[in-house]
Design a binder for this molecule. Structure first.
Ligand code: PQQ
Length: 572
């Protein structure tokens, strides 16, 4: 039986990170519509008591709301039937000194999952804990990795059918990425690495395909020098999706370590790749590397959205992904065939485009950071390392057939330098400066994208990168938050702004919606931070190149907002 498959269809609840297995972040609720959204008011709010960046969103399950925080990863259960009273609170004990200094991009956590009467929390120190939803007591827990070697967790655990899927962070510390599957009782079922020998990646040389062809033996090992794959990154800290009919799950993985490409010649497979795996066995059905031999830190972890749609007259089960490298990819999710790959920000300049036959980019030589085996200080690369989009998840409306994508509009200078691997120490090897594209002042856009054609339908400029996840509803209203702290509602067809509200802090959380006692609510976590807001989260970072280059680009953010985690809930 698939409890979650049933529960995700109840639009009163928000039962998993994206609301739905398919990562669409779409709700059938229609009480709040284009005409009345201007009358939205704050219904109630809740302070988490934690500073630093608040990513992700609360879950709502049958009258209880579950709210998480960044490190120390507190979980609150709020009773919606009793004025939001705190039913229980869980605060894990984690070693601050071991964990927080090795989190690359703020102490964020992207949220909780639910199944079988339990709430699953993926703690920063890599402990996965199952809490009894009724009282917050610990049912079981497992610490799967070690922050002392730079391994941490920021991603939500994702529950698909009878498995809990968790990834790992630490690409900036030479951590070798993997996904690990547990059953609901906490037994490890499999582990699949991003790099290394075929059996450790759960890759079958004959049956696993890339660009529709078998990957062949040692498809990863052949693309690294010596043992470099052991510290080769490809971490797995993004949003996962699941197709119950195909019984496959989907995700992307991150950058090869180090950021200095000259130190790791080769394609560095399978970093920077999209994966489709069988849920029961973990075996890869297909894999596609978007940015072989990465020279810019264009992690491939962004969400994979599952959409059934008509391309060139033919219905397809597609997987849509907005990569850090600036391209919006549409794949056939059954076979891994590449169908569309187009720029979703016109300023992207490192590649002229993707050859749909080979899957390879036509790279522009002057934006390379490694030429003839030597480091090159390169200027004016678009996008910057944080990509045309980072972790902030998009929404999709099956009504309009469009994706609503929070984007970054940032370029960079990149100076690679030689770095030695020391376990638990930064293994970055590049100094970055980031700034808006030439002649422009805005750092973000909120766009509508047609993934059948690979085209921008409308685009709203934003002062800062839109680091918040979007929500689309069946009344054709789309919501998102901004780094200044606005929660905005726009018209799904035109992008016209319908409403805005300034929340207590910058928004890097994801908007969601639920219904309680017949009333529709919109909820959002504010609390500035994340990579874009790192200069605010850690005030001792002062130089423009601090925070891996984000401090300079987002300097003026401190004239708009201040730290502090608050959940804000709105209704008519
Ligand atoms: N995290 C954020 C954020 O939450 O704002 C942004 C980023 C991360 C990045 O742009 C990264 O490249 C990144 N990389 C890793 C990694 O390579 O393991 C981890 C994380 C993370 O766990 O938050 C980020």
């Amino acid at each position: 039986a698939d409890e979650l498959l049933q529960m995700q269809q109840n639009e009163n609840n928000w039962v998993m990170p994206a609301g739905n297995y398919n990562n669409q972040r779409y709700s059938e609720l229609t009480q709040i519509n284009k005409d009345n959204v201007k009358d939205l008011n704050m219904a109630w709010s809740f302070s988490t008591g934690v500073l630093r960046g608040h990513e992700g969103n609360a879950l709502v399950i049958d009258g209880t709301m579950y709210v998480h925080t960044p490190f120390p990863n507190i979980v609150f259960a709020l009773d919606l039937n009793n004025d939001g009273a705190i039913k229980w609170k869980y605060e894990p004990k984690q070693n601050y000194d071991e964990t927080v200094p090795v989190m690359c991009c703020d102490t964020v956590n992207r949220g909780l999952s639910y199944a079988d009467g339990k709430i699953f929390l993926n703690q920063a120190d890599t402990t996965l804990v199952a809490l009894n939803a009724a009282d917050g007591s610990v049912a079981w827990s497992d610490k799967r990795d070690d922050p002392k070697r730079g391994a941490t967790s920021t991603a939500a655990a994702h529950v698909f059918k009878d498995k809990i899927i968790v990834g790992i962070s630490g690409g900036e510390f030479g951590v070798r990425g993997y996904v690990q599957a547990y059953d609901l009782d906490g037994n490890v079922k499999y582990k699949a690495y991003s790099t290394g020998p075929d059996d450790e990646m759960l890759v079958d040389p004959e049956k696993t395909t890339s660009m529709l062809k078998p990957v062949g033996k040692d498809s990863s090992l052949k693309t690294w020098q010596g043992d470099q794959w052991k510290i080769g990154g490809g971490t797995t800290w993004g949003w996962y999706s699941y197709d119950p009919d195909l019984n496959m799950f989907y995700y992307g993985n991150g950058n090869p370590s180090t950021w200095n490409p000259v130190q790791r010649p080769g394609d560095n497979k399978w970093s920077m790749s999209l994966w489709g795996r069988d849920l029961d066995t973990g075996m890869a059905k297909w894999v596609y590397q978007m940015t072989p031999y990465d020279e810019w830190d264009y992690d491939g972890v962004n969400e994979v959205v599952l959409v059934d749609q008509k391309l060139k007259g033919k219905m397809r089960k597609t997987a849509v992904h907005f990569d850090r490298n600036g391209f919006g990819y549409t794949m056939d999710r059954v076979t891994g065939e590449l169908l569309v790959a187009e720029k979703y920000d016109p300023v992207v300049n490192w590649s002229n485009g993707v050859n749909l036959k080979t899957g390879l980019h036509d790279r522009v030589a002057k934006y390379s950071t490694a030429r003839n085996g030597e480091d090159v200080n390169t200027t004016g690369i678009c996008p910057a390392a944080l990509g045309s989009k980072d972790q902030q998840p998009s929404a999709y409306s099956p009504r309009t057939g469009l994706h609503y994508v929070p984007t970054n509009h940032v370029c960079m200078d990149y100076e690679p330098f030689e770095v030695e691997y020391v376990a638990g120490q930064p293994y970055v090897g590049a100094t970055l400066s980031m700034y808006p594209p030439e002649g422009q002042t805005h750092l973000g856009n909120f766009i509508a994208w047609d993934s059948r054609e690979g085209k921008i339908v409308w685009s709203n400029p934003e002062r800062f990168s839109v680091w918040s996840g979007a929500l689309a509803t069946a009344s054709d209203v789309v919501f998102y938050g901004t780094l200044e702290g606005y929660l905005k509602a726009v018209d799904a067809q035109t992008g016209r702004e319908l409403w805005r509200f300034k929340t207590p802090s910058g928004v890097i959380g994801n908007v969601n919606t639920y219904k309680h006692d017949g009333k529709q609510y919109i909820s959002i976590l504010s609390g500035v931070g994340g990579w874009a807001g790192i200069g605010m989260a850690i005030p001792s970072l002062e130089n423009d190149t601090d925070g891996l280059g984000a401090v300079g680009a987002y300097k003026s953010l401190s004239s708009w907002t201040n730290l502090g985690g608050v959940l804000s809930v709105f209704s008519l």
